[in-house]
Design a protein around this ligand. Structure first.
Ligand code: BES
Ligand code: ZN
Ligand code: ZN
Length: 482
C-alpha cells in the first residue's frame, strides 16, 4: 500500500473515509461533509452517531462510497489508532484499491494515528498457514491510500505513522512466532538485520564470549536448551545526542519453567516470554529510523528456559556478571536471573543516564493489573511521572507499585548473596523487582516495567491471544519528550 498526501479531492473514484468526534461540533461537521460529498444529512444522521468504532457506509448519487467512522467522545491517540485499525481490518475486502481518508476537519496531530491505524488494519496473523488469504486490494503493492489534508507537515506525519506501524507489525510477527521458529539466535539475527538496514551497530555475544566475560546467570538459565543463549547489544548514537539511555529486555524465547516446570495449561503462551526484548528491538529500530537525537543502548539477554538433564536446578548457587551469587529456589523465576546479567552488563559497560528494563516477568503482575496496564517500579519520582505520562498519552498504560526496602527480606538467602524467589505467593511482582534492583548498582534513574499482562493480549484482531508490541509507542513517546 502506498500512502500519499493530497490537498484536494481527486476526480478518480475512490472510497472516502470521514471520521467524526462526538462533540458539540459533530452536527456542523457532518453537515459540511454531507454537502461536500452530496449526501443527504437526514439519512446520515439517522444511521450514524459517531460512537467509538461505529462505521456506516453511504453511497452518493454518483455511486461513490463514503464511509463514516465514529471516534466517540474526546478520543486519545490509541482510540484513533484502534478505530482506524478496526475499520480497515473489518472492511478490507470491501474496499477498492484506492481509498481517501479526508482528515481536513480533524486536528493535525491525528494524522500519524490515522495512518498507523489504517496500516495496522492490514496485519495478517496467518504466518504459517499454507493457504494464505488473498490480500485485499487496498493492502496490495499498488493499493493507494490518500490522506486528504491541508495541514502543514502532513507528509512527515504520514511517514512517521507508517514507520511506526511497520515496526509494530514486525514485532507482532516476532511475538506470534512459535518456539520452534524462534530461538535466541533468531532475536540476534533480527537485531543484526535491523541494524544494517537502519544504520546502528549490533554486537552479539555468543556462548564463548558469555563464558569468558562471566555472564554466568544468563548461561545458567540457558544451559538446558539446545539453542545456546546470546547477549544482544545494540547501540544507536545520534551526532546530536545529549543523553544516554539504556534499555534492557527479557528475551526468553520459550519458558517451560525449567525443572520447576509449569503446568501445561496455557504453557504455549510462553512463546511470548520475549515481549521485553521485542519492545527494546522495536524501540531502537524506530529511534534509528526516526533519527531521534539520543544515544540509545539496547541490551537483550536471550535464552530458552528448557527442561533437560543439563538444566539448572532449584538449590543451585550460580554466579553472575556482577560477581554476586544467586541461590535458585525456583527455575521458573528465570527472567530476573537473565535480567540481572543484562542490567549489570549495561551499567558496567555503558553508564547510562537513564535505564529502563522491560520484561514479561511475573504472573503476580497480571493478577494485580490484568491486561490493561503494566507494572511500573522505580524509586525516582520524576522518571515515574514521565513514564506514566507517556503511558497515558499512548494508551500503553503504566501503574506504579511500591519498591520499599521491607520487601528485600523476600530475596535474602542464607548461603548466597540473594535468592531468586521468596517461596511465598505474595507480592511477587515487587520481590522480583527487588531482586533486579540488586544488579543495578543503585542506579538513581532506573525503572522496571512488568509487561506480563500487556505484551500478549486479547485483541479484537485475532480470536486467540496475540502480540501487541506493548512498550514501543510508550518508549518512543518517553524518549521524544526527554
Ligand atoms: N514468564 C513468566 C511470567 C509470566 C506469567 C509472563 C504469565 C506472562 C504471563 C515468569 O518467568 C514466571 O514464570 N514467573 C513466575 C515466578 C515465580 C515462580 C516466582 C510467576 O510469576 O509465577
Ligand atoms: Zn518462568
Ligand atoms: Zn519467564
Amino acid at each position: 500500500m502506498k500512502i500519499n498526501h493530497i490537498a484536494q479531492l481527486q476526480p478518480t473514484p475512490t472510497a472516502v473515509v470521514l471520521a467524526f468526534v462526538q462533540d458539540d461540533n459533530f452536527e456542523n461537521q457532518l453537515q459540511q461533509c454531507c454537502s461536500t460529498y452530496a449526501l443527504n444529512i437526514d439519512f446520515v444522521k439517522q444511521d450514524f452517531t459517531a460512537d467509538v468504532k461505529e462505521f456506516q457506509i453511504f453511497y452518493t448519487a454518483d455511486n461513490q462510497k463514503v464511509i463514516c467512522l465514529g471516534l466517540g467522545k474526546a478520543p486519545k491517540s490509541i482510540d484513533i489508532i484502534k478505530a482506524f485499525r478496526t475499520l480497515f481490518f473489518k472492511l478490507k475486502n470491501k474496499l477498492p484499491d484506492g481509498v481517501t481518508i479526508d482528515i481536513q476537519h480533524l486536528p493535525t496531530e491525528w494524522t500519524e494515528f490515522v495512518v498507523t491505524g489504517s496500516t495496522l488494519g492490514g496485519y495478517n496473523i496467518d504466518l504459517y498457514k499454507t493457504e494464505k488469504k488473498e490480500i485485499s486490494p487496498i493492502f496490495k503493492k499498488d493499493g493507494i491510500l490518500n490522506i486528504l489534508s491541508t495541514h502543514e507537515h502532513t507528509e512527515a506525519s504520514i511517514r512517521r505513522g507508517k514507520e511506526i506501524a511497520k515496526t509494530q507489525m514486525k514485532i507482532f510477527d516476532l511475538m506470534n512466532a512459535p518456539a520452534n521458529k524462534k530461538t535466541p539466535q533468531t532475536l540476534a539475527n533480527w537485531a543484526l538485520e535491523s541494524g544494517k538496514k537502519f544504520d546502528y551497530s549490533v554486537n552479539i555475544l555468543e556462548q564463548q564470549q558469555l563464558k569468558s566475560q562471566k555472564l554466568e546467570a544468563l548461561l545458567a538459565v540457558g544451559q538446558g536448551s539446545e539453542h545456546p543463549p546470546v547477549l544482544i547489544v545494540m547501540e544507536y548514537k545520534s551526532p546530536n545526542a545529549k543523553q544516554k539511555i539504556g534499555l534492557v529486555g527479557k528475551g526468553v524465547t520459550f519458558d517451560t519453567g525449567g525443572i520447576s516446570i509449569k503446568s501445561s495449561t496455557n504453557m504455549h503462551l510462553m512463546k511470548s516470554d520475549m515481549g521485553g526484548a521485542a519492545a527494546v528491538l522495536g524501540t531502537i529500530e524506530l529511534a534509528a529510523k526516526l533519527k531521534l537525537p539520543l544515544h540509545l543502548i539496547g541490551v537483550i539477554p536471550a535464552c530458552e528456559n528448557a527442561v533437560d538433564g543439563k538444566s539448572f536446578k532449584p538449590s543451585d548457587v550460580i554466579g553472575s556478571y556482577s560477581g554476586k551469587t544467586i541461590e535458585i529456589i525456583d527455575t521458573d523465576a528465570e527472567g530476573r536471573i537473565i535480567l540481572a546479567d543484562g542490567l549489570s552488563y549495561l551499567v558496567k559497560n555503558f553508564q547510562p543516564d537513564t535505564m529502563i528494563d522491560l520484561a514479561t516477568l511475573t504472573g503476580s503482575c497480571v493478577a494485580t493489573l490484568g491486561y490493561h496496564a503494566a507494572g511500573l517500579f522505580t524509586n525516582n519520582d520524576e522518571l515515574a511521572q514521565n513514564l506514566t505520562n507517556a503511558g497515558d498519552k499512548t494508551g500503553e498504560r503504566l501503574w506504579r507499585l511500591p519498591l520499599w526496602d521491607v520487601y528485600k527480606e523476600d530475596i535474602s538467602s542464607d548461603i548466597a548473596d540473594v535468592r531468586n524467589f521468596s517461596g511465598k505467593p505474595m507480592a511477587g511482582a515487587i520481590s522480583a523487582t527487588k531482586f533486579l534492583e540488586v544488579f543495578t548498582e543503585n542506579h538513581p534513574n532506573w525503572a522496571h516495567l512488568d509487561i506480563a499482562g500487556t505484551a500478549f493480549g486479547d485483541t479484537e484482531f485475532a480470536p486467540q491471544r496475540a502480540g501487541t508490541a506493548f512498550g514501543v509507542r510508550l518508549l518512543l513517546d518517553f524518549l521524544e519528550n526527554l
